[in-house]
Design a protein around this ligand. Structure first.
Ligand code: FES
Length: 222
């Protein structure tokens, strides 16, 4: 697995893009994929998700460790995992985050707008610096958005998958109905098979770090 060093060029606050990171082009994760990153002071690596591309690297999605400072060297491994696959023909795109940041969904938003799709972003935390063409709705509007959308992407935790999501959108979910990025701790990225990220799915136990972190929602429905 490729390893490299990168640098934190800029820390941003009150935005979905938490930091601008310079690195080799081959280290930039695709939407929904991740890098494992740590500074020399960190005990465990943290997953970095793409929020936006940059000519010298990328903007990483919030949140990031508060101790990280501009100028710090990052030790990077990856990219890891399976990301999103947004069809270019999707004319109506709904993106819903159950987490405080919509950062990891932003690449889908940019992609959809470039392909002239109508985009709705659902979040209970008002996202910053979102293009005015994007409709922003609370998560409670998810049932209506799911009926409207031709493509639905979710960002949620394992607990959300068991509780908040079924409360809004009761299963069963048909195959291809939605893709879900599962947020969880992924300390080894599958390299040591630590099992921290193991998840019971319709096809047996899967590792979120390796078989995800993006899954077809039907595969992981509770
Ligand atoms: S993070 Fe160790 S197996 Fe997934």
């Amino acid at each position: 697995m490729p390893t490299a060093t990168g640098k934190i060029d800029e820390i941003l606050t009150h935005t979905e893009r938490a930091a601008r990171i310079s690195c080799a082009p081959g280290m930039v994760p695709a939407p929904g994929q991740y890098l494992l990153a740590h500074t020399s002071a960190d005990l465990l690596p943290v997953p970095l998700f793409l929020a936006e591309s940059h000519p010298a690297g990328f903007y990483a999605a919030a949140p990031l460790p508060v101790a990280w400072q501009p100028g710090a060297t990052l030790h990077l491994r990856g990219p890891f995992g399976r990301g999103f696959s947004l069809p270019t023909r999707a004319a109506r795109v709904a993106l819903a985050t159950f987490t405080p940041s919509a950062g990891a969904l932003l690449p889908l938003l940019d992609f959809a707008l470039k392909h002239s799709a109508a985009v709705t972003l659902l979040s209970d935390h008002l996202p910053a610096q979102i293009p005015p063409r994007v409709e922003i709705l609370p998560l409670s509007a998810l049932p209506q958005a799911a009926l409207w959308a031709g493509y639905l992407a979710l960002h949620l935790t394992r607990a959300d998958l068991q509780t908040r999501l079924p409360a809004l959108l009761p299963p069963p979910y048909p195959a291809g109905f939605a893709q879900a990025l599962l947020q969880t701790e992924m300390p080894c990225g599958g390299m040591a098979e630590c099992g921290v990220c193991a998840l019971r799915t319709r096809r047996g136990v899967r590792l979120i770090c390796k078989d995800g972190p993006v899954f077809d929602l039907r595969e992981i429905q509770p």
